[in-house]
Design a protein around this ligand. Structure first.
Ligand SMILES: Cc1cc2nc3c(=O)[nH]c(=O)nc-3n(C[C@H](O)[C@H](O)[C@H](O)COP(=O)(O)O)c2cc1C
Length: 321
């Protein structure tokens, strides 16, 4: 069974799977591995400066000739300059996160760049469809990193009801069963972040990967909620201190956050690092190559759909007998 959707066609990819943009984690090496394996790899530009992004784009072009995306977060003060780089370097796909990219959609589309946007609400999704985005990524609060407040289950049903453009589901997806469930809800693709941390090609510090493997389904916590920018991270001494400081000294808490993902990614530092990851960490038990991960995910997706059909056919036969 091959899963062809409007998303595989739009993005010219084999599997309807996107590597979510991840600041620090989404390096050219990881993104190229994802693209080479048949899904869509994404460079996470996070808070990058424009010339650094240009280097990263040139790096990925050396590593793959398949489509790839650049994720740009509207929180980055350099966002507009990053877009200029993306246009100059002829990046085929842009995925916006963390904010409203409406003012930029038209210009990118005019340059033949596919535009996708991550949302956590139906109202923003409807606005962005009106200004011409090619697809919407609905991200539920189970996800790692910055979060909204609606679950994936509810958000995807609502988005597929109100939108005409294809919907991609994100948040809490790390198994083929979950992918099958998202297709049942009407999604035409899925976006995964946490699952790609547990791969050989991910360049995160070993401690980061170990934290993901060890986490149970209740081992993440939301930090930054009181500061107005909630993010899901794995529980560590740092996250505990953050929660105390948010209540006692918000300014110091803000300072603690600066560079905290970098400290987790580069140094695996549990006392000062923010190990962003979703609840799906509790379902991930081994490190795989990106290629193996994608093959296993797609096989499990197909098997789950077949099993469901067989189970109902069987029940029908029993009922008829
Ligand atoms: C370490 C980490 C960093 C992230 N950084 C970004 C980012 O820079 N921009 C963005 O749009 N989303 C970011 N996300 C969200 C992912 O793109 C993706 O939507 C999310 O991880 C999907 O949920 P999952 O973690 O349950 O798979 C990040 C997620 C993680 C785990």
């Amino acid at each position: 069974m091959k899963i062809n959707t409007r998303i595989t066609k739009l993005l010219n990819i084999k599997y309807p799977v996107i590597e979510g943009g991840m600041a620090w984690v989404g390096t050219p090496k990881l993104a190229a591995a994802v693209s080479n394996a048949g899904a869509l790899g994404t460079i996470g530009s996070g808070n990058m400066e424009p010339e650094i992004l240009r280097e990263k784009i040139r790096e990925i072009k050396e590593l793959t000739d398949k489509p790839f995306a650049v994720n740009i977060i509207m929180l980055n003060p350099h966002a507009e300059e990053l877009l200029e780089v993306v246009i100059e370097e002829r990046v085929p796909i842009v995925i916006f996160g963390a904010g409203n990219p409406a003012p930029f959609v038209k210009e990118l589309k005019a340059k033949n760049i596919k535009v996708l946007a991550v949302v956590s609400s139906d109202s923003l999704a409807i606005r962005l469809e009106r200004v011409g985005v090619d697809a919407i990524i609905g991200e539920g609060m189970e996800c790692g990193g910055h979060i909204g407040d609606v679950t994936t289950l509810i958000l995807i049903q609502r988005l597929t009801d109100v939108l005409n453009v294809p919907v991609i589901a994100a948040g809490g997806i790390a198994t083929g069963r979950a992918i099958a469930a998202m297709f049942a809800l009407g999604a035409e693709g899925v976006q995964l972040g946490t699952a790609f941390i547990a791969t050989h090609e991910c360049e995160a510090h070993d401690n980061y990967k170990k934290k993901v493997l060890k986490a149970g389904i209740r081992d993440t916590v939301i930090t930054g909620g009181k500061l107005g920018h909630p993010a899901r991270v794995i529980k560590t001494p740092f996250s505990k201190k953050m929660l105390e400081m948010e209540s006692n000294s918000p300014e110091e808490a803000e300072e603690m956050l600066v560079g905290s993902l970098k400290k987790a990614f580069l140094h695996g530092d549990v006392s000062q690092g923010s190990f962003m990851a979703g609840q799906s960490a509790g379902l991930i038990r081994e490190i795989k190559s990106v290629e193996q991960l994608l093959k296993d995910l797609m096989k499990e997706t197909h098997d789950s759909i077949e099993k469901l059909i067989k189970r109902f056919e069987l029940q029908e036969k029993i009922a008829e007998a």
